[in-house]
Design a binder for this molecule. Structure first.
Ligand code: ATP
Length: 367
């Protein structure tokens, strides 16, 4: 559906996108993840034909974006980070206007406008001035515009930035439902967003692709080793003696504990061997009781930090599609689906947007 080959974008001497190649298959929701400045917006702007690449090619549904931009652009609906809206219009007026600009046939225009109003859940505010709408609704007006003409691919640049937690949940729900009818590419630097919404993840760092896999597989990348954190009461030498020869243990570090008379122990072990029982019996045998034992699970956030850490061996290996990881992985903590869904009040104004944005930023594990 989308094939990007050796894409490069230079701004003067600065390489914003550095020989990027990837393919996007039909019917998936892709997350484009990367820290600020990684090159996400630049890449999206090239895919949507807003800016030209310095080198490389972009094929959209068989149309070359450089040679046949009109046909290629017809396959794409784009919601930029700040949607360009005419705020003195109502959503209905704006969408009719946008439909005309997009060249939608007159006899289909009204039906199409009503369809996108329904898909973006704008019915309740379609007759209000855009400038009086909340940020969440404004974003949905931008989304509705992107949906006009039923493009195969929808590209969303940081679609939840500045929205409050309830609006974020609404927007994510909308994106998931869009994924049933369109291929969706969504850029974000918010990990929870990607893991909550996307099937596949492309991780960018310094303009390069450092990982490309399903959200689940990326989480599993770190399952090489299990890390246990223990607090054990007793003499360090006795504890060391007990833990020295436990099968499956690969590395142990001892530190003073905040707990009086205790030692904190960090153990890395092979995930194929269950070491916890043996640790318990060995420590019991030397009369060193375990006050706490926690198995640490790595999150997608840890994967992300390892992959985007500058110049690390991990990044290099990920690029070569080798398994670069050394610890256990888990991404349960990233899901926020348990949060109650709230309905936004139609016509809500922007007065609290700034504060809502802050809340949203705190609410997410925003890097
Ligand atoms: N028009 C421009 N002129 C010069 N440098 C630019 C321009 N646009 C982007 N850059 C630089 O290119 C790099 C990539 O920027 P880009 O906006 O694509 O990153 P991003 O991953 O989208 O980051 P963010 O999440 O902050 O939007 C950055 O170093 C940025 O400063």
């Amino acid at each position: 559906m989308i094939e990007v080959k050796n894409l490069v974008k230079k701004y003067g001497d600065h390489i914003a996108v550095d020989h990027l190649s990837f393919t996007v298959e039909e019917g998936h929701i892709y997350g484009f993840l990367g820290p600020n400045g990684a090159g996400k917006s630049t890449t999206m702007n090239m895919i949507t034909g807003y800016i030209g690449p310095t080198e490389g090619s972009i094929m959209i549904n068989g149309h070359d974006m450089l040679e046949n931009p009109e046909e290629a652009k017809k396959c794409i609906g784009y919601l930029p980070e700040i949607p360009p809206l005419y705020t003195d219009m109502t959503p209905l007026e704006y969408l009719r206007f946008a439909a005309e600009l997009k060249g939608i046939a007159r006899n289909k225009k009204e039906e199409e406008v009503q369809r996108v109003i329904a898909d973006a859940k704008l019915e309740a505010v379609s007759d209000r001035l855009i400038r009086n709408l909340s940020k969440g609704y404004k974003q949905r007006v931008g989304l509705a515009q992107a949906l006009l003409g039923y493009p195969e691919v929808i590209i969303l640049d940081e679609p939840t930035v500045g929205l409050d937690p309830a609006q974020i949940i609404e927007m994510r729900g909308l994106i998931r439902s869009l994924g049933k009818k369109h291929t969706v590419i969504l850029s974000s630097h918010i990990l929870s967003e990607i893991s909550a919404v996307c099937d596949d993840v492309l991780i960018l760092s310094h303009g390069k692709l450092v990982a490309s896999d399903t959200t689940d597989n990326l989480g599993k990348l770190m399952e090489d080793k299990v890390t246990l954190h223990l607090t054990v009461k007793g003499d360090e030498a006795a504890i060391k003696g007990a833990l020295d020869a436990v099968d499956g243990v690969e590395n142990i570090e001892y530190t003073d504990s905040e707990e009086k008379g205790c030692v904190d122990v960090m153990i890395q072990s092979d995930p194929k061997t269950e070491v916890r029982e043996m640790i318990f019996y060995r420590l019991a045998a030397v009369q060193c009781p375990i006050y706490a034992m926690n198995q640490m699970k790595k999150s997608l956030e840890d994967v992300f930090i390892e992959l985007t850490a500058e110049g690390t061996e991990t990044s290099a290996k990920a690029q070569n599609n080798e398994d670069p990881h050394e610890e256990d992985s888990h991404e349960d903590e990233l899901h926020e689906e348990d949060h109650e869904e709230h309905e936004e009040h139609p016509g809500e104004t922007d007065e609290t947007d700034e504060e809502d944005g802050k809340e949203a930023a705190e609410y997410d594990s925003d890097l």
